[in-house]
Write a protein that binds this ligand. Structure first.
Ligand code: SF4
Ligand code: SF4
Ligand code: SF4
Length: 278
């Protein structure tokens, strides 16, 4: 193909903030589809895959991770400025992730437990979602995200249409695959009724209650669920801890946990410092 007939591919950039990289890996997990994606878009920045870097602006930016440092605050503004569409991928980016547990305790409590010299750390007292800092065009949920939902979002953006991604609850997927309800059996507390679909009800299918890693579903009624689970023998502290995992700072889950018991009690007293324990 000659230079003047070459098709200009849209650019895709993948950015990491405070995260474990699991959501970025979902893009690599696409494997066969990834080849087709790279024919349709030009990967401009994706350090999990290549050291090559193309300067912006970018058509699509996928952003993984929460905002936890001053540097993150400045960098997410740059990413937003350089991106036509900004899509967050995963619970960290959408709600602050498991690292948002720091938002519920005294500043510095967790670093003091982990590090001998926490004074060398430079981090904000809170972990916040990307949407708290810049406009976000689409949020893809999960910890990690589902790779086929990611593929749908990329295809939708390329076709200039809205992504078709479920916003209903895990329960619907669970019923569709014929899993007997663990909550009704009394075997496990389960957040499936208030958690967004996308995982094909993975945990109940292997005998474990959902712990809400896709975050709240649309119209989630957390109080109704926790009251029902409480009336079936589950302790408030157990239910609050279920809500305080990967999406602890999502408003529906945060309020649900707070309505059960005081949040600081469920997370435990601030731990002793590592130096005290040595
Ligand atoms: S949402 Fe989960 S899998 Fe994705 S980066 Fe955060 S911790 Fe990792
Ligand atoms: S096991 Fe959980 S996700 Fe499945 S139907 Fe029961 S409550 Fe819903
Ligand atoms: S069942 Fe719940 S905790 Fe398990 S993968 Fe699905 S959303 Fe996450």
């Amino acid at each position: 193909m000659s230079a003047d007939t070459a098709v200009v591919r849209p650019t895709l950039a993948v950015w990491k903030f405070a995260s474990c990289d699991g959501c970025q890996l979902s893009l690599l997990d696409l494997e066969p589809e990834l080849l087709a994606i790279t024919r349709a878009v030009r990967i401009a920045h994706f350090t999990e895959m290549t050291r090559a870097h193309v300067e912006g602006p970018y058509d699509v930016s996928l952003v993984e991770g929460s905002i936890t440092t001053d540097d993150d605050v400045a960098r997410i503004l740059e990413v937003r400025e350089q991106s036509r569409y900004l899509v967050t991928i995963g619970a960290c980016a959408a709600t602050g992730g498991i690292q948002a547990l720091r938002n519920f305790v005294e500043p510095g409590a967790f670093p003091a437990m982990v590090y001998a010299h926490p004074e060398y750390l430079r981090a904000l007292d809170t972990s916040t979602p990307v949407s708290a800092h810049v406009a976000v065009d689409y949020e893809l949920r999960g910890c990690p995200i589902d790779r086929f939902q990611l593929l749908e979002v990329i295809l939708a953006l390329l076709a200039h249409r809205r992504p078709i991604v479920a916003t209903h609850s895990v329960c619907q997927e669970c019923k569709a695959r014929g899993t007997v309800c663990l909550a009704v059996l009394g075997e496990s507390a389960c957040l499936g009724p208030v958690t967004r679909a996308g995982c094909n009800a993975l945990c109940p299918s292997v005998g474990r209650g959902c712990f809400g890693c896709f975050g709240p579903s649309e119209g989630a009624n957390v109080d109704s669920l926790t009251q029902w689970l409480r009336s079936h023998g589950h302790a408030d502290v157990t239910l609050a801890r279920l809500l305080q995992t990967f999406n602890a700072a999502a408003p529906d889950f945060r309020e649900g946990a707070t309505n059960l018991v005081a949040t600081k009690v469920t997370l435990g007293a601030p731990p002793r410092s590592r130096k005290e324990r040595l």
